[in-house]
Design a protein around this ligand. Structure first.
Ligand SMILES: *[C@@H]1O[C@H](CO)[C@@H](O)[C@H](O)[C@H]1NC(C)=O
Ligand SMILES: *[C@@H]1O[C@H](CO)[C@@H](O)[C@H](O)[C@H]1NC(C)=O
Ligand SMILES: *[C@@H]1O[C@H](CO)[C@@H](O)[C@H](O)[C@H]1NC(C)=O
Ligand SMILES: *[C@@H]1O[C@H](CO)[C@@H](O)[C@H](O)[C@H]1NC(C)=O
Ligand SMILES: *[C@@H]1O[C@H](CO)[C@@H](O)[C@H](O)[C@H]1NC(C)=O
Ligand SMILES: *[C@@H]1O[C@H](CO)[C@@H](O)[C@H](O)[C@H]1NC(C)=O
Ligand SMILES: *[C@@H]1O[C@H](CO)[C@@H](O)[C@H](O)[C@H]1NC(C)=O
Length: 592
């Protein structure tokens, strides 16, 4: 999208100067954007009566304290390992101070704006006001933008949103306010990872009875797994048991954002076809967040939700599975993530493992969105501190490409995979040996710094690659992914049709199923579940099959110069992390 940036920027600078001149009290110029990310187009000014829903995020009392606590309770060997927090124990860290609440509420009241306190711990003040009033309140100039996905691999729904090039608030409120949304931070709509390939059953390879001995592992898988990877292949490759789980309290959650729905009838056909050893009646429960639904007519299913539910229910045998449908669908990705996190933080009995296959490439975001990313990531920290493992697809854009609004080659990762409190799952393909998928998202974040649990492996990775890709990536960024699983030639049934899926979207539910089955054994043994996985993963590399071939050329955007990739090498790497799951070794590492 080169060329557009300059024109739009200078136009907005003029507007914001006028807006600032209008303000009568001493104000801090709180936030501005200067680059419009790819996909967004300004289409006009909303009428002044248009109602805008605004959320002010107040500063949390002690994010750093919660972070220390999270590492303490999630690091194997620590005295308080497994002593996960209750919402009441999270509150002192996550809630805003009463000073912040009072200061911001009084300001809003003085402006005749009545806000309600929302969020798990009252960390948001929310209100709906006419755009003209919002422009006065924030010295803003809200304009209307449409969004249309710039990526061929993305299937985001076209939509619109109101943003302002600048806003400001009274100076003395800066210390209380984290961000105001929507304002200068562009938030794309929900976007799934993954692609779908029409698949003709007749042309599928026959399940030959030959066993291909895999390098470095004892498990065997039929050679048909090179080209078609149903649950039976994953069981062979990773040693995943087909014996039913036994613990009713151990729940696997599948996130469904933006009207991605899954049919019970598709799941039944899938189980009949690919898990003849399971009851075809095995199903899942619906958890409705913000009035989310899961309609069941043929045609209602999406590929993403069908994939996610079939590779959880169909792989984590008899683990109770919850389909977490997030409603409030006319909104942006960050708001959907916040809604999901709020459920996980506050639910009486949240799932112990949650897989999410939606994300956005960092290259499609700009610096103005950093606050939104940080806010969502801190919500995930609150959720993981309850002992919930959060797994996210690492993205399908390989090593990255060009940053938003420029055609300069840069390598980047995806969000939320780059949040250090979630586990990012990359993709591999083939069985002899497993090889990094060329789209597998990974690299080094430009927004989140590297957590200490990664220091050792990432430093030794850097020494091993020398000057490769130098200058193209941020060596202080959070490294992605953490681990990987199969992500190509994955058969599913959606609206009654057989299709093949490709993407880290497939890898995340597969890895989540493995963790849920390990948790089943832990619960049965009276031990705490694995919770936040990364400290466990980084101290147990032997629990994964190391992937040492394949690379991940950056694939986006289309007009970006040819990119370079990350190669899978011995040990941790930005193509496949530590590699793919070895069920028995994970069980051993978990102390069983
Ligand atoms: C923003 O623009 C879109 C596309 O033209 C339109 O459908 C929508 O109604 C507009 N919204 C506002 C508030 O102006
Ligand atoms: C708030 O409402 C009062 C009473 O209607 C009015 O006098 C005052 O000017 C309003 N203040 C603002 C900032 O709109
Ligand atoms: C599945 O459910 C149907 C209808 O409830 C029942 O008739 C059938 O026996 C069940 N099948 C199995 C394998 O449990
Ligand atoms: C959910 O549905 C209830 C009942 O219809 C309604 O009162 C509420 O406003 C809805 N909430 C959302 C977020 O749409
Ligand atoms: C793009 O690269 C050029 C040449 O190296 C540099 O001058 C420019 O600042 C870069 N732009 C951005 C936004 O990084
Ligand atoms: C990625 O790999 C697939 C085969 O798995 C191949 O068809 C495709 O051309 C590759 N894409 C790039 C950009 O290398
Ligand atoms: C590199 O990442 C850090 C956070 O890890 C960030 O503060 C910094 O701005 C990034 N640098 C660039 C050039 O993106």
């Amino acid at each position: 999208m080169p060329g557009r940036k300059l024109t739009v920027t200078s136009f907005f600078s003029l507007l914001s100067l006028q807006a600032l001149a209008r303000s009568s009290i001493l104000r801090t110029r709180a936030s501005t954007f200067d680059v419009i990310p790819p996909g967004f187009t300004q289409v006009g000014t909303p009428s002044s009566e248009t109602i805008i829903d605004i959320r002010i995020a107040l500063k949390a009392a002690d994010n750093e304290g919660l972070q220390s606590k999270l590492y303490e309770i999630s690091t194997p060997g620590s005295a308080s390992y497994g002593q996960y927090l209750t919402p009441d124990q999270i509150k002192p860290y996550a809630a805003p101070s009463s000073d912040s609440v009072t200061a911001v509420t009084s300001w809003l009241e003085s402006q005749n704006v009545s806000a309600i306190s929302t969020g798990p711990f009252g960390e948001y003040l929310s209100f709906s006001i006419p755009v003209s009033k919002a422009n006065d309140l924030l010295s803003a100039e809200y304009t209307n933008f449409t969004y249309s996905s710039p990526s061929s691999s993305s299937q985001a729904i076209q939509t619109w949103g109101l943003y302002t090039s600048a806003y400001s608030i009274p100076t003395d409120l800066s210390e209380h306010i984290n961000l105001i949304h929507p304002s200068t931070a562009f938030a794309p709509p929900v976007n799934r990872n993954g692609r779908t390939i029409l698949y003709s059953k007749a042309g599928s390879p026959s399940q030959r009875a030959v066993s291909a001995k895999l390098a470095t592992r004892a498990n065997t898988a039929p050679t048909s797994c090179e080209t078609l990877v149903p649950p039976s292949c994953l069981q062979s490759l990773y040693g995943i048991p087909s014996t039913p789980a036994t613990q009713d309290s151990n729940v696997l959650g599948v996130s469904s954002l933006q009207s991605n729905w899954a049919l019970e009838s598709d799941l039944e056909s899938f189980l009949t076809e690919y898990r003849p050893d399971m009851s075809p009646n095995t199903t899942f429960t619906l958890v409705s967040v913000e009035n989310g639904t899961n309609p069941q007519e043929t045609g209602d299913a999406s590929y993403e939700a069908s994939l996610d539910i079939q590779y959880t229910v169909g792989l984590a045998t008899d683990v109770p599975t919850a389909f977490i449908a997030v409603g409030n669908i006319d909104t942006d990705f960050f708001t959907s993530l916040t809604d999901l996190a709020e459920y996980l933080i506050t639910a009486d009995n949240p799932p112990q493992v949650v897989t999410t296959s939606y994300g956005v490439a960092e290259g499609f975001l700009t610096a103005s969105s950093a606050g939104l990313m940080e806010q969502a990531c801190n919500s995930f920290m609150q959720a993981t501190s309850r002992g919930i493992s959060l797994l996210f697809a690492s993205g399908d854009d390989g090593a990255g490409g060009c940053t938003a609004g420029t055609d300069n080659l840069t390598l980047f990762t995806a969000f939320p995979a780059a949040c250090p409190y979630v586990t990012a799952v990359g993709s591999v393909t083939g069985i002899g040996p497993e090889t990094a998928s060329n789209f597998s998202g990974g690299g080094f974040s430009n927004y989140f710094s590297r957590p200490t649990y990664q220091d050792a492996v990432v430093s030794s990775y850097f020494s091993s690659i020398g000057s490769a890709n130098e200058g193209l990536y941020n060596s202080s960024g959070r490294a992605v992914p953490d681990i990987a699983a199969q992500g190509e030639n994955i058969p599913i049934i959606s609206n009654g049709r057989q299709v093949l899926e490709l993407g880290t979207s497939a890898s995340s539910p597969i890895f989540a199923s493995v963790i849920s089955l390990v948790n089943d054994k832990l619960v049965a043994a009276g031990k705490p579940v694995l919770g936040f996985l990364n400290p466990f993963i980084y101290s147990n590399p032997q629990a994964f099959f190391d992937i040492v071939s394949g690379s991940t050329p950056g694939l986006i955007p289309a007009d970006c110069p040819d990119s370079v990739g990350w190669s899978a090498v011995e040990g941790w790497d930005p193509a496949t992390g530590f590699g793919t799951p070895n069920f028995d070794a994970i069980v051993n590492a978990a102390g069983l």
